[in-house]
Every structure is written in structure tokens, then in C-alpha cells.
Design a protein around this ligand. Sequence first.
Ligand code: ARG
Length: 587
Amino acid sequence: MRDLAGQLTDVAGAAFGALGLEPGFGAMRRSDRPDLADFQCNGAMAAAKAARRNPREIADAVVAALRASDLVASAETAGPGFINVRLSARALNARVSETLEDPRAGAPDHATPRRVMIDFGGWNVAKPMHIGHLRSTIIGDSLQRLFRFMGETVVSDVHLGDWGLQMGLLIIETAREQPDLPYFDAAFSGPYPSVSPVTMEDLERLYPQASARAKEDETWRAAARTATAELQAGRPGYRALWRHFCEVTRIGLERECADLGVKFDLWKGESDAEPFIPELIDDLKRREIAVLDEGAWIVRVARESDTREVPPFLLVNRDGAVGYHATDLGTILDRRRSFNPDLTLYVVDQRQALHFEQVFRASEIAGYTPADRLEHIGFGTMNGRDGKPFKTREGGVLKLHDLIRQAREAARVRLQEAGIGEGMAESEIGLIADRVADAAIKFADLSNVRTTNYVFDLDRFLSFEGKTGPYLLYAAVRMKSLVRRAREDGVEPGPVDVRLEAERTLALSLDGFAEAVSSTALRRMPHILCDHAYQLAQAFSAFYAAAPILAEKDEVVRAGRLSLTLATLNQLERTLDLIGISTPERM
Ligand code: ARG
């Protein structure tokens, strides 16, 4: 099914073709002046220039062809050769009915599915979460939903940071508190206990403790480095303890992600690159792609054309250890063998742009995965009112469950203030508040252009007015209750017949979904879908104010308006689902 711009483009393109001109000049898009026209085509001027012909003559001929189409109510040539089109009611009606029946709510199918790997989440075992992880989770989840909806084969990987110095710090800190555990006894031959000696709360306490000590004490730092190296070299007790750290963290994160409605296909981490590292090092050394530089093995990735300095890719450092560069390249090898993605998206903080540039270039130079199949989806930070990356009120580090809990509590208060949920059971109000809070956080995040920073302002995010998640939930719930009441009154949906301006605008807004979906996917920019959801809700609200539904006397008109409402509700819920927001039945 094509959107109306596509259908009009076909007609205009054929008309250009009939004049011996490139059909591509017939591209139609939404008019800049919705008061004058629904769609416009600016191709006549360019076509005239290319063929040295008169633009107005060309435009007039195309206009004549458009007028002959039953998609078109009126078409005009304006100025030097602009073509303005107003759609026929028949075209709008047909499009709304299609949208209503379409399980994809009017979005196009993807012709050739690709294998897409999405690397997002990226929390670190034991280390506290930072705001980059929250944004990564929200944006990455929206992209995985969208790419699946487009028909791509998606595999998402949380890619935990589970292999760095923090692991050594945790090991020695645990040893300090519980020295008698068998994990530290090099002579112990197992089996190690299956129950973790530390809980999530322990980890949250142990890491800051250990890292504070490391800041003050050089020997402690050295001990942590040694423990990390021993862990990576495979010391059995350390490995066993480390597995507990990872498992405990994973269980906690999985619960919080489930809470947020986010799922990962793979719970892999940096450590999973480990089996690929020896091979990676051998290969790059053998082919002299890696060179020795002051004791470290590096790959030079700078280019003549670089406008800023791009330092070398670090394969093995002077101590003989591998770090973040090597694990990411090792992971590229792993993914190539297991899934062979056509495209990998790394949804990670913009601050890591240079890191990914280096890794992608190294991958390209080594001939592993070409750089055009690796994409860093960077994003700005969520800041506090002080303009710095957001911290909790106590100035401490952010914990995902604290943030969610805080938002949910605030949502409850907000519901109460708004008089929403009166007379409902406590449990239902709780569920609604949870949905409102999640919608507030996710929408606030996704509605900003991904690459910009924004300020965390829970009050504004939770408002039921303006461009917010709660406003959209409320709009959807209003439609649901309308549909419910119609059913109770025995009103059946019937053929759509747009007449009022507000009905036309709503129909056009519904038609815009296809374009919103494809450009969100193409540009990996979920704010486009957010804009669509907001526009649709506003168009509905204007329609509802201008066109009574249940109070309408004319049965045929009433039935048509109910269909328009159903189509809007389906598409709004679909759009919200793509940004990870689910709507309650009532509010
Ligand atoms: N754990 C990293 C961090 O906290 C993010 C990981 C992103 N993914 C990747 N493949 N490097 O910054």
C-alpha cells in the first residue's frame, strides 16, 4: 500500500514521462502551505532547466494529468511553475479505510529484510549506571522495535561491561571483607559454592568502596590490576567469583528492564570477546596490520583527510593487556561468525564517538566487517538543571530502579491532582501511574533529536498538557473510552466520508505514518515518530471538537466518524508501541 504522496507521485511522474522528461521530477510532498494545498511538486522548474523548456508549460501539462486523476479534487500551477494539489475526498476516504484494515496501520512493508545487530544498554557489572545507559536503553529499544516492525531480522545484545579493572577491584574488595571464601585460595580445587557470596546491594557498596581506596592507595590499585590480569588469564577461583558478580548483576538488570518493557536477545558482554582475542592478535600481527609502538601493539587508523587527530587503535597495551578497543573488535569477529549482520548499530553515548571511529576503521583495515556496516548511533546527555549530566538529588550516582520509582511516585501524585482514577481500585491506579511514568520518561527522551542534550524535568515530563508521554496516553485512552461507549450504544463503524476540514486534516495526518516510519528507520531518529504521534493526537483532538461522534444524529456520518476514530486509535497505539509505550485501557 502506498501513501498518498506516493500515489500522487506516480501520476505526476507519468505525466513528466509523457512529456519526454524524467519521471523523477514528479516527486510530490506535503505542502508548505496547507491552507493552499495538501501536496506540492516543484519538479517543473528543474525539468524545464534541464530540457531548456518553459516551466509553466510543463507544469500546466502535469496539472492537466493530475486533474484527470480521481485522487485529485483540484490542481493548479502557481508562480514560476509550482504545482499545488488538493486531494479528493475519495482518495482520503480510501486511504483511511486501508489504514483501518491494515495490521500495519498504513506503514509500508520492508522489501528486502537485512540482519541487523543492535548493541545497546551497555551497563557495567557493579559499576553504577550513568545516564548514557538509560538513554541507550530507551533509544535502542525503540530502534529494535522499529526495525522488527520494518521486517528486519534483529538481534539485540546488551553488551555488558564485565571485563575491565572494576572486576579486579571487586575481587580484592570481596577478599578484604570475606577473606575465608574459597575463591581466594589458590590451592582450592573446587567445586565452588553455587550461591553468590554477594548480593546486588553488596556490589553497589563494594565497588565505590574499592574504587575510593584505589584512588588513595597505589598498592591497592596495583593489586586490582593484578587480580584483573589473573581473572582474564583464567584463575579458577576468580572466574567462579566473577561469574557470581555477572549473574547477580544480570538478574537485577533483567528485572528492571522487564519493568520498562525492554528485552534483549543476548546478554553477552565484553568478556565474550575473550576467545577471539588471541586469534585477533595473531592475525593482525601476522599481516603486519598491527605494529609495535613503544611497547604497545597498535593499528594506525589516521587518514590524510582527517580534520582532527584520530589516535591509533590500541590492540595490546604496554603491560600486555587488552582493553576496550580489542574487545570491541573481537566482538565484531564473534558477531560475524554467529550472525553475520548486514548492519550493526551501536547505540552509545556521543562521547564515545572517537572510540567507535577507531574500532570501525581498524575493522575496515583488517577486512573483517566493512565500516559502512558499522554505525555508531550517538546521543547527547540528559542533564540536570545545572547543565551537567543528571545525578540524583543527593548528588549521587543514578540507579535505574530509583529513577523509575521516583517517576512512578510522582506520577501517582500527578494522577491524584488531575482527579484521574477516582473510584478505581488501588491496584489499577498503581498500574496506570506506572504506565504514565514510563511514558513520561521514554517520550521525554525520544522526542528530542537524538544527538542533542536535554534537561531532566520530571514535572514537565509528567504534565498532561503539551508534547508529553502522559498527554499521548490520555489521548489514546480517550479514544478507547469513546470506542467503548459506541459499542455499548450499538454504534457500528461504517464507510469513512471526510467532509469537514478537521476530518481532512486527521485523514492526512494518518497518511503521514508511512513516511514517519521510513524516515525514522532511515535516519535512526525516533523523534520523528514522536512528532507523528503528537501531531496525530492533536489532529484527533481538533476533529473531536469539530465533529461530534456519539451525539451525531445522522447515522451514516456517525458510523464514518467512528471508523476514523478507530483508525486513529490503532495507529496511535502502534506508534506508541514503536517508542516502547503501552496504553492503559482507562484512566
Ligand atoms: N559499557 C560501556 C560503557 O559503560 C558501553 C558499551 C557500549 N557497547 C560497545 N560495544 N562498546 O561506557
